[in-house]
Write a protein that binds this ligand. Structure first.
Ligand SMILES: Cc1cc2nc3c(=O)[nH]c(=O)nc-3n(C[C@H](O)[C@H](O)[C@H](O)COP(=O)(O)O)c2cc1C
Length: 408
């Protein structure tokens, strides 16, 4: 995929800190995502984790010294720097941070860093007092002026016994940050509102009506939009998912709360993507006390909830882009295009929810995109994270067209 690290040349720099063991896991995750990773480690890193571990995981020779014996390796540091799409130094010791900031080139990794021109992610990890030392802080500020991204270390109990900032974040988080760094920022300056998950309509204090939505698709879109530079607000019904770290989450429970949140926020949005499975009905009466089971039969009267998508469609300004989702069990074309029209949408994503690789709880999705201009695009099965990006690709093209026509 264009937005992953698949096929990208990545150099993993490892320096001599206690967290070097986490680099092996980071390498494994990158290789699993089909990145072409090479490891460049300092001599001191070898005291914590042997090069053999990295060679086995990357299936590539590790570069540890500048003066390797083989001819092919003689200018390895230059060759690797030219070829790299990204460099991540994890963990980055106070020493390597100081050397890179100061332009010192006295070993393979520091010399290599002088030749690098691609995006760089530095992941400092050290004792809290070392991290807070003015020299280290000044060096980190200097690295930022070179355009390098710095991953803020986590706070907590460190291996050395102190408590405070200095811990290397877990490998999946480092990988996520790297992916964000490599993603084009084509949504910078855009406000994107995403709704996700189910709603719960209370019947009594212990029961509610809901649906099987997990929120996975909406959360994936919110994450993808944030990766692409958008300011993202995620209005979510109850789910077990943790909101992506760089979006503003708003938790709601029922359709009325979701309507309030969306309608209050909609005017400030450039793009509104409504993936939430909002209940169409709610109990007409909510019992204050738990309904007891002595009755042989319980008649439940339901009333309509507000049609949020329709309301947003009616109120939206011309330049706002509104996307709806249609989850159907049959006749997708008919229902999706009807919804596109009646709710004044710019685009609708149609899903058949009765197949195992698409719909509610699946990690993948298969969809058909329908646009206001009458065009239709079938999108084959893919992870929801990737589908989020494909959806944003299509929106980006249309926003650009819209901006161009408004400029005329
Ligand atoms: C057991 C042990 C753990 C260390 N952990 C760290 C660390 O987490 N972060 C750090 O900046 N330095 C740490 N150091 C100090 C570095 O290893 C030392 O500064 C070394 O010169 C770094 O070399 P390098 O940057 O070339 O790998 C540690 C040293 C020892 C002995």
């Amino acid at each position: 995929m264009r937005y992953g690290i698949q096929g990208k040349h990545i150099v993993l720099g490892v320096s001599g800190g206690i967290a070097a063991y986490k680099s092996a896991e980071l390498l494994r995750l990158m290789v699993k995502q089909e990145a072409l990773v090479r490891v460049m480690m300092t001599e001191n890193a070898g005291r914590f984790v042997g090069p053999m571990t990295f060679e086995a995981l990357s299936n590539q020779r590790v570069c540890q010294t500048l003066f390797e014996s083989s001819d092919e390796a003689a200018v390895q540091h230059i060759y690797w720097a030219q070829e790299a799409d990204a460099v991540v130094i994890a963990p980055a010791t106070a020493n390597i941070i100081g050397k890179v900031a100061g332009g010192i080139a006295d070993d393979a990794l520091s010399t290599f860093m002088l030749a690098v021109t691609c995006p760089v992610l530095i992941c400092p990890a050290m004792n809290t007092h070392m991290y807070e030392n003015p020299a280290v802080q000044r060096n980190l500020e200097t690295l930022k002026t070179y355009g390098h991204a710095i991953l803020t270390p986590e706070a907590g109990e460190l291996a050395c016994g102190t408590t405070g900032p200095g811990r290397l974040p877990d490998p999946p988080f480092i990988l996520d940050t790297l992916r964000t760094l490599l993603t084009p920022k084509d949504f910078t300056g855009r406000n994107v509102l995403v709704t996700a998950g189910p709603t719960r309509e209370a019947l009594d204090p212990v029961r509610f009506i809901t649906n099987p939505s997990t929120g996975k698709m909406g959360y994936a879109i919110a994450r993808a939009a944030a990766m692409r530079g958008a300011r993202v607000t995620l209005v979510s019904g109850p789910t077990t998912l943790a909101p992506p770290h760089d979006v503003t989450p708003i938790r709601v429970t029922n359709a009325a709360e979701m309507a309030d949140a969306v309608l209050a926020l909609m005017d400030d949005q450039h793009v509104i993507i409504k993936t939430a499975a909002v209940s169409d009905f709610r109990p007409a009466h909510i019992s204050d006390l738990k309904v007891k089971k002595q009755e042989a039969q319980l008649d439940l009267r339901l009333e309509r909830t507000q049609d949020i998508l329709k309301t947003v469609g009616e109120r939206k300004k011309k330049e706002q882009f509104l996307v709806g989702f249609a989850a159907e069990t049959h006749d997708l074309d008919t229902y999706a295009t009807r919804k596109l029209e009646t709710k004044h949408l710019d685009m609708i994503v149609g899903n058949l929810v009765n197949t195992p690789d698409s719909g509610f709880s699946a990690d993948t999705n298969r969809a058909v995109f329908y646009f206001r201009d009458g065009t239709r695009e079938a999108v084959d099965v893919m992870p929801k994270a990737d589908m989020g990006h494909v959806l944003l690709d299509r929106i980006a093209v249309r926003l650009q067209r819209e901006t161009a026509s408004l400029d005329k």
